[in-house]
Design a protein around this ligand. Structure first.
Ligand code: NDP
Length: 232
């Protein structure tokens, strides 16, 4: 039987590339996107791999949509859950110009929602063969790596995500579920921009290899797309 993956934010960028690579390699892909009416690339991908890709509407910040997704999944088990959806927030906001509501939106998407989704879906992961939950974090969430300051909204959202990922790895150890924070590299997507160092293809290929080779004792770590350990 083929393996099954659920991916959030699959309409573009890394999420779309994950959906493509897993479908191409024969996986069953549950591709989630908050607005399917504007997801031409994902719709085209689904048309190319109709037997392998199921599309779902999911704004990760909406609990009602998380519940609806869980219902629609029926008895589906998930070998791999990829919490990919992310939001940088307004760029270039310096200390002195921070706004509570804007910060809250970034935290909501990058920190609270991936954990809430994992909370809703982890029994499906625990019941699978693969038993893996991945979270797209970022090296800029590493406190050790922060030598340039700024980036309050995004940095803090990924740092807090990392802490929650660590707790989750401990809490799900008994269920045999592996939990990983991944840094995809600096990638040419809408978020990474055109000057980024690597393509989405290279990043996703690397992260898939990391996930494939992951040992149970690597649960609760923070790895980049080449498998290098990143300091918290
Ligand atoms: P993009 O900005 O290119 O794409 C972001 C994706 O997240 C889109 O599919 C977007 O959907 C989705 N999304 C945002 N908010 C929500 C929401 N509330 N509900 C559902 N989906 C949502 O980002 P990337 O593909 O580059 O990034 C993917 C992940 O990798 C993110 O978590 C990001 O933080 C992380 N990352 C990326 C790096 C890079 O260099 N690109 C570097 C380090 C980390 P929509 O189309 O509807 O807006």
């Amino acid at each position: 039987m083929s393996e099954t993956v659920l991916i959030t934010g699959a309409g573009r960028g890394l999420g779309l590339e994950f959906a493509y690579q897993y479908a191409r390699d024969g996986w069953k892909v549950h591709a989630c996107c908050r607005d399917l009416t504007h997801a031409e690339d994902l719709l085209a991908l689904e048309a190319r791999f109709p037997d392998q890709i199921d599309l779902h509407t999911l704004d990760v910040n909406k609990d009602g949509q998380i519940k609806a997704l869980d219902r629609v999944l029926g008895d589906t088990t998930l070998d791999l859950l990829i919490n990919n959806a992310g939001y940088y927030g307004p760029k270039g906001v310096a200390f002195g110009s921070l706004e509570r509501e804007l910060w809250r939106q970034v935290l909501e998407t990058n920190t609270l929602s991936p954990i809430m989704l994992a909370q809703a879906l982890y029994p499906r992961v625990a019941a699978s063969q693969g038993k893996t939950i991945a979270f797209l974090s970022s090296k800029v969430g590493s406190i050790t790596d922060n030598s340039s300051g700024g980036g309050y909204y995004y940095r803090s959202s990924k740092t807090a995500l990392n802490q929650a990922v660590k707790s989750l790895s401990i809490d799900l150890e008994g269920a045999g579920v592996k939990v990983l924070a991944l840094h995809p590299g600096w990638v040419q997507t809408d978020m990474g921009g055109p000057n980024a160092l690597i393509t989405a293809e290279e990043s996703v290929r690397g992260m898939r290899t990391v996930l494939e080779n992951m040992e149970p004792n690597q649960s609760g770590t923070f790895l980049d797309y080449m498998g290098n350990l990143i300091e918290w």
